[in-house]
Design a protein around this ligand. Sequence first.
Ligand SMILES: [Zn+2]
Length: 330
Amino acid sequence: MAHMVQDELDVIDAIELPAPGVHRRGHLRFSHPMLADWAWPYTVIRGAEDGPHVAVTSGVHPAEYPAIEANIRFARDLDPRQLRGTVVSLPLVDVPAFLDRTPFVCPIDAKNPNRFMPGSPDGTFTEVMNDAIFRSVMSRADALVDLHGGDMVEALVPFTIYATGADDEIDANSRAMGLAYGLPYLVASSPVAGGSGGTTIRAAADAGIPAILTEAGACGLLTEPETQQHEAGIANVLRHLGMLDGDPTPPLTPILELARMTAVPAPAEGMWYPSVVVGDPVREGERIGHIGSIFGDTLAELASPSDGYVLYITSSPAMRAGGLTLVIGS
Ligand SMILES: [Zn+2]
């Protein structure tokens, strides 16, 4: 059997598609002067046959290593001869944060890239970077899979989120991709006043692109089962879209669909002691933890705001007043 055809090409501002059947890697750079010192490794796999164009991103948050590793492996191993359509892989969206290991935020301007999508060419570094990446990678795709997990101080149970409220067809396509990905929980995130906008999936849905944000892995650890969960999920989405042969692997347990996520803020500054673990079912009013002072006194008890499941918990005890303690999916 012939070898996979591979080439390399460094590009500026846009990823040029190779000929059908070619696996290409290189560095993506941008002409915006603020981004001049940086380069983003990319891989593009152009299938031998035509089909949809899917962008697979990770490293929007820097220490979500199973997500990053799955993207690296999947892009490296995807054979264009097996593929219908095109996959563009960008394993590190926030390259400066990856190198500096700054949880959640870009070290250059301390902004969380997943609150400033689709970015702006006139903002600070994160907004400029987002704008460049959204235009060159995300906006060109027919579908977006944005891989995440728990950053350095986050424990979580694997789940997928999709953004609703764009239009019914895009919502339905995003939901179907989320079901295909196969993680145990699937959350529909509707736009809420005062909620966290500017996410990759919200920006994609607003641009007419079905999108999912997938979470597996925790606490800044590179773990093999979660890496494989992500790899299987990407393959399942491509099967669902008809880009790879076969059907998505059915999940081991039925996927539980949830309609919203509620963040529980810390009522006081101090030490955070959760009394639940990720995946626990909780009832409204049930005790979920407490905040202690640095003298060891209890400052506040926390109760669940609703019935649901604990999707993620801040695993670090260090807590500001108003900081995120955990998130309930209901
Ligand atoms: Zn993340």
